[in-house]
Design a protein around this ligand. Sequence first.
Ligand code: FE2
Ligand code: FE2
Length: 272
Amino acid sequence: MTDLVVRRLLVDMEAPIPRHWCGGDAFRTALFNALSMSFPVGEQFFIDSVRNGFKELPPDQQAKFKEEVQGFVGQEATHRRLHSLYNAHLEKLGLVNHWEPRARGRLKLMEGVNVRHWLGITAANEHFTAILADWMLQNSDLLGNQDVRLKTLWLWHSAEESEHKSTAFDLYQALGGSHEWRLKWMRRITSVFLIDTLRQTVNNLHHDGTLWKWSTWKSGASYLFGKRGLVRQTYRPWRDYFRPDFHPNQHDSTASQRWLVDNRAQFTPVGA
Ligand SMILES: [Fe+2]
Ligand SMILES: [Fe+2]
């Protein structure tokens, strides 16, 4: 079981967001803004999956998972709240969130579906966020220093994603979720996630007026496929999920632990 601390991040989300807050780079900014747009609806779904999955457990298993589930829900609820404030600034910058209504439409189809499927979807998404988080923590300089507050927000979120990466996975296993469906959901989520990310990033660039600039895509190509590229470096950890004996804890979490120790001054633990 993982000890999950809920933290109140000491950042001011009132101040507006600079147009190219991420290293002054249009592509990177558009990509992270796109991801932020998906979080409020996505993280609510993860919370519901974990809560509902927990309710289905036998009492002895519930006792085992109780604190971890509380920590997971508290962390995701805090992420949702801060990303909603973040997204309100994006709206003021003229960006339009198309991802959220699309995701809401898809989630309607999940009503009445067995909770193991909810958890299969959540575990796949949590694997995605965990590998992205770890990559971000290891390449934090690429976030730039244009807006230190947003840099802190992304790294705090990353550290906590890495911290709670096994909660949905363990619940899925505890409820007898099959290996076959775990992989099926990962394949589906991979294409949905990549298509949604690309669509919203392109749309953000369109509203930003930088979609057709050569510099945007040159930077994008190096950010995704260069030596330290996001796709290049997360491909292997993504693929690990397909191994029959895979468990999220097999992936190293020291970058997350280190960030949380080095940045203690940036948050206060809730209820401590
Ligand atoms: Fe989160
Ligand atoms: Fe998460």
